[in-house]
Design a protein around this ligand. Structure first.
Ligand code: TNX
Length: 535
């Protein structure tokens, strides 16, 4: 469980061990370290959300926190700047007394403070301390504060997620002093918007679900055989024709550049980075159908609405292929503030091995010229991954020597083993949606593994993070997304965030059970796995 260090004796509140137990029974991902705080804190009608002195950068997170808590509590939760002269105790203090809000002149309410006096909170860590008069969240960055707010949210009763006031609720934050930093810098979720198209609103709904579990990266699989989903100004037929259908022959759809910018903006407001994927050389029928010159024989194939893989390829020897990729990648890169651009590279079964290498040798420099870091599916390791590139491992065997060799040479790995982290796998043969080529993936299977031990010979230091992937051949609605993602997504999220030493199925299943009522309030139609004792 979370480390239950130094119980304090100064108050009659629970000792450190029980504060840790309370937090470890509720919060996903389980925090790195929990001890006793200065007493429980009750949110009331008079509570404000305070931006600490010198913490102007915390204001957007304060506004977010207030907006999150207002509907269910019905409280005004005014966002205020720290009163002049009032010490919040949040930035400079390292001791218990002021931090708990006990001292005269200390802040009251929910306090957000930028600062890391003890050092070590890094880019995304936070500290959350309760006391009788305040709950203080401090962090070095707004992202850290945001993650701290997600913890605060999960410490409150599940009814806090209600969109209408729940009167008579005791909104008490249990006693705690949490110090929490992520295990991995990259904690992703992929959504395949190519096999079935999902609207901006549907993507934003998923972003909010991801943020609750401290996921910090949204990988959008924007192109595949069945659809091209992002408008490219210089190649308009990609979206207008290539985006005009989907698996099963429905109308498909595509994002305008404004739509995509909106997704990027919304993701950023939840501290998620968007990684766009332009898949190639395979998975490219939508592009090949839109522009005949991309085909070696100059003939456009028909649009494709089935679910086979591995039958399409861009024409590797043609110069037109790279002119095309240059246009696409430069436009997509310009719309994307994040550092990464995913170039796919999976299942290129209709491209010769030599052509595959030649293709990757040409595409990676195009990405680099746009100032982006390449991510590719792990087949890229069989070619020449560019210096600094990352690969995304989606195998199930763990014996791929080319992945180990590349990792030892510096290619970082994002772990998405299909038999663990593929959210499109069915839970059991009875699951109404999903596939099962990588097996059935129950809640425990999705959680009970170690990202550092997936592929033999990959040094633990080469593992950059984890990603839960949701392919959508069988997925058509937000309800389908919710069903497949919950409860497995929080398992992958915990693997990405919590220290390896906290790992344990028994503790996790108890925390998962506590999430059930929260999902009910949020309207998340989750899979009631029989492995979890849902309340
Ligand atoms: C394999 S995994 C694929 C996708 C499919 C998925 C279905 C990977 C990189 N490629 O094209 O959608 O299986 O589970």
């Amino acid at each position: 469980g979370a480390s239950a260090a130094g119980a304090r004796t100064a108050s009659s509140e629970p000792a450190g061990a029980s504060a840790a137990a309370t937090v470890a029974a509720r919060v996903v991902p389980v925090p790195a370290a929990v001890r006793a705080g200065g007493g429980a804190f009750r949110i009331t009608r008079g509570t404000s959300v305070e931006v600490a002195r010198g913490s102007a950068g915390a204001a957007p997170v304060a506004a977010y926190a207030a907006a999150l808590l207002r509907p269910s509590t019905g409280f005004p939760l005014r966002v205020v700047a720290a009163p002049a002269g009032a010490g919040t105790g949040a930035v400079s203090d390292t001791g218990a007394t002021t931090a708990t809000g006990a001292g005269p002149g200390s802040a009251t309410g929910i306090v957000l403070a930028l600062g890391d006096p003890d050092r070590g909170l890094g880019e995304e860590g936070y500290r959350l301390r309760t006391g009788a008069r305040s709950v203080v969240i401090s962090a070095r960055t707004p992202a850290g504060l945001f993650h701290g707010v997600q913890t605060l949210r999960q410490l409150l009763p599940a009814r806090v997620e209600s969109r209408t006031p729940v009167t008579g609720t005791d909104w008490t934050v249990p006693d705690a002093d949490i110090r929490d930093v992520p295990r991995y810098a990259y904690r992703g979720a992929m959504l395949d918007v190519a096999r079935h198209f999902f609207t901006v609103a549907q993507v934003e709904r998923y972003i909010d679900e991801l943020a609750l579990y401290k996921v910090n990266t949204l990988h959008l699989h924007l192109t595949d055989d069945q659809g091209w989903r992002i408008a490219v100004t210089s190649l308009p037929r990609l979206a207008s024709y290539g985006g005009s259908t989907e698996v099963g022959g429905g109308p498909g759809g595509s994002y305008t550049q404004a739509d995509y910018r909106e997704i990027v903006r919304y993701a950023a407001s939840r501290f998620l980075t968007v990684v766009p994927e332009i898949d190639g050389p395979g998975h490219t029928t939508a592009a090949l159908a839109s522009y005949p010159e991309l085909n070696c024989d100059g003939k456009a194939p028909p649009l494709y609405t089935g679910t086979k893989v591995g039958f399409s390829s861009l024409c590797v020897p043609k110069a037109a292929t790279y002119a095309f990729l240059d246009e696409v990648i430069s436009e997509v890169a310009a719309l994307t503030p994040g550092p990464y651009l995913h170039i796919g590279g999976d299942e290129a079964h209709s491209t010769s091995a030599a052509d595959y290498v030649a293709f990757m040798d040409k595409v990676q420099p195009i990405v680099a010229r746009q100032g982006k870091t390449v991510i590719g599916w792990h087949q890229l390791d069989a070619a020449h991954p560019a210096p600094g590139a990352l690969v995304q491992y989606w195998g199930t065997k763990g014996d791929e020597t080319e992945v180990a060799t590349a990792a030892k040479a510096g290619t970082r790995v994002i772990m998405s083993p299909a038999d663990r982290a593929y959210l499109d796998m069915k839970y059991t043969p009875a699951s109404p949606v999903g596939q099962h080529w990588a097996g059935y993936v129950e809640a425990r299977t999705a959680y009970d593994w170690d990202p550092a031990a997936v592929v033999a010979g990959v040094p633990a230091s080469a593992v950059y993070g984890v990603e839960a992937a949701l392919w959508t051949e069988t997925v058509t609605t937000s309800a389908d997304i919710d069903y497949l993602a919950f409860p497995r997504l929080p398992g992958i999220a915990e693997l990405g965030w919590s220290p390896a030493a906290t790992h344990g199925w028994d503790g996790f299943r108890a925390r998962l059970a506590a999430q059930g009522p929260r999902w009910q309030e949020l309207g998340v139609a989750f899979y009631r796995s029989p492995q979890v004792d849902w309340p």
